[in-house]
Design a protein around this ligand. Structure first.
Ligand SMILES: NC(=O)c1ccc[n+]([C@@H]2O[C@H](COP(=O)([O-])OP(=O)(O)OC[C@H]3O[C@@H](n4cnc5c(N)ncnc54)[C@H](O)[C@@H]3O)[C@@H](O)[C@H]2O)c1
Length: 425
């Protein structure tokens, strides 16, 4: 029998991957979220990662096909697959501890249909050891099969960047690994057949797991460093961007910018590594210091805005503020773990009234996640303060003069506006 792939979890990671594999193999895209499956079957991706025509070109209306993508929430449809690729979320709980529930549940699902010689590859970002020590025992228990005898495992972390139309899945070199050297080769060959940028076969699953989690931890720490610089230079009345531009002329100075670190990956993954280190009795210093610093930035931005308003004699309690953007990053609809809500919460604590405008974010999702009201229509009122929170391209052309009162504050979190502003990070 040839290769038949099941992708478990059709979100930001799973769908682009399923679409890519479907150009060459029969692929069943499986998700527990019925609405998501129905949306995809109708040929639309609500995450906007895969364009409608590109999705529709691979969609199949039957699970029996030579190549193509059939989307389903019915377990029976994945029973005859021989490669299972798991792309479910790996969030943290309210105490920032890894929450492996989706991985446990999806491993149970796969365990129910697992057969002799099948390979289960995990793509979700985890700490080293999750695949073999947390997921494989569930696969063994539910299937009754023996690991590395009857079935095998692999790990291949995803590196895509939501909203990035340049670095799409096939154009990013992919790290692969298998539970034995032979399976490593098989997993690597599978990815090599569709990833044009090539693959890197890591020696073990734990190495591949560790590699992914440190990529994002490194970014988090580097951003924390420039955020700390921004706090220092703001005290000294020095423009941080000017400093970074000057220092950036040295060949080995790294080009990081200050900002709010939100989203599903960079602000979350370091906690996975930290938790695992602590289980071994090692208490990470730099990793957690970076997290603390980045998590403090929402409140810091709010305090900077309030100081600017006071300096302009704007009465704080009841002031009207327009927040431009609520997604966790620019030009994408993803609102998960957005740090703009930290800024909003801190500003509300000062009694400021906030209108949130974001043409990308779904107002229903924002209300569901954060109990906040957003609009996709640019308000016509005039505001005491305007905060450019997210650097969506469309915001760069806004006419701020129409939106602000005569005496007002314009704050540019990312420092991207060309027009004069009162403050930036
Ligand atoms: N979003 C990114 O840019 C990105 C980049 C690299 C790595 N990752 C990692 O990839 C993983 C997936 O992230 P995502 O952004 O695609 O998440 P997502 O929330 O967009 O998608 C996950 C999908 O899995 C489904 N799901 C949840 N539990 C399930 C289960 N038991 N069975 C079947 N389906 C289930 C959900 O309904 C959802 O559609 C995470 O570990 C994340 O850290 C994400």
């Amino acid at each position: 029998m040839g290769i038949k792939i099941a992708i478990i979890g059709l979100g930001y990671v799973g769908l682009p991957l399923a679409r890519l594999f479907a150009t060459k193999y029969p692929v069943i895209g499986f998700d527990i979220h019925k609405q998501r499956i129905e949306g995809l079957r109708s040929g639309t991706d609500s995450t906007l990662e895969v364009e409608d025509e590109v999705l529709q070109a691979v969609l199949s209306d039957t699970p029996e096909m030579e190549t193509g993508l059939y989307c389903s929430y019915d377990l029976e449809d994945i029973r005859d697959c021989n490669y299972y690729i798991v792309t479910v979320p790996t969030p943290v709980d309210k105490n920032n501890r890894p929450d492996l529930t989706p991985l446990y549940k999806s491993s149970e699902t796969v365990g129910k249909v697992l057969q002799q010689n099948d390979i289960v590859i995990y793509e979700s970002t985890v700490y080293p050891g999750v695949t073999e020590e947390e997921c494989v025992p569930i696969l063994e228990k539910v299937s009754g099969l023996k690991f590395n005898v009857d079935f095998f495992a692999g790990y291949s972390p995803e590196r895509i960047n939501p909203g990035d139309k340049e670095h799409t899945v096939e154009k990013i070199l992919k790290v692969t690994a298998g539970s034995t050297p032979e399976i490593g080769e098989k997993v690597n060959d599978l990815y090599k057949s569709v990833i044009t940028a090539g693959t890197h076969l890591a020696p073990t699953i734990k190495v591949a797991e560790a590699a992914k989690v440190i990529e994002n931890s490194q970014r988090d720490i580097n951003i924390a460093f420039v955020n700390e610089l921004a706090k220092i230079f703001n005290c000294m009345d020095i423009d941080t961007n000017d400093v970074l531009e000057a220092a950036g002329t040295k060949w080995n100075f790294l080009p990081f910018k200050p900002g709010l670190v939100g989203g599903h990956c960079i602000g979350v993954d370091p906690y996975y590594l930290a938790q695992r280190a602590q289980e071994f009795g090692y208490h990470p210093e730099i990793i957690l210091a970076g997290r603390r610093l980045n998590d403090s930035m929402g409140e810091y931005v709010a305090s900077q805005i309030v100081k600017l308003m006071i300096k302009k004699d704007i009465s704080i309690n009841g002031a009207k503020l327009l927040m431009l953007g609520i997604t966790f990053k620019e030009n994408c609809p993803d609102v998960r773990n957005t740090k703009i809500v930290d800024v909003i919460k801190a500003l509300k604590d000062y009694g400021i009234e906030i209108t949130i405008y974001d043409p990308w974010a779904s107002p229903e999702e924002v209300t569901h996640e954060y109990k906040l009201v957003t609009t996709k229509t640019l308000p016509t009122a005039q505001f005491d303060t305007i905060v450019l929170g997210v650097a969506h391209k469309s915001f760069l052309n806004l006419d701020f003069d129409i939106l602000k009162k005569e005496n007002s504050v314009l704050y540019d979190v990312k420092g991207i506006l060309k027009c004069p502003v009162d403050g930036k990070l």
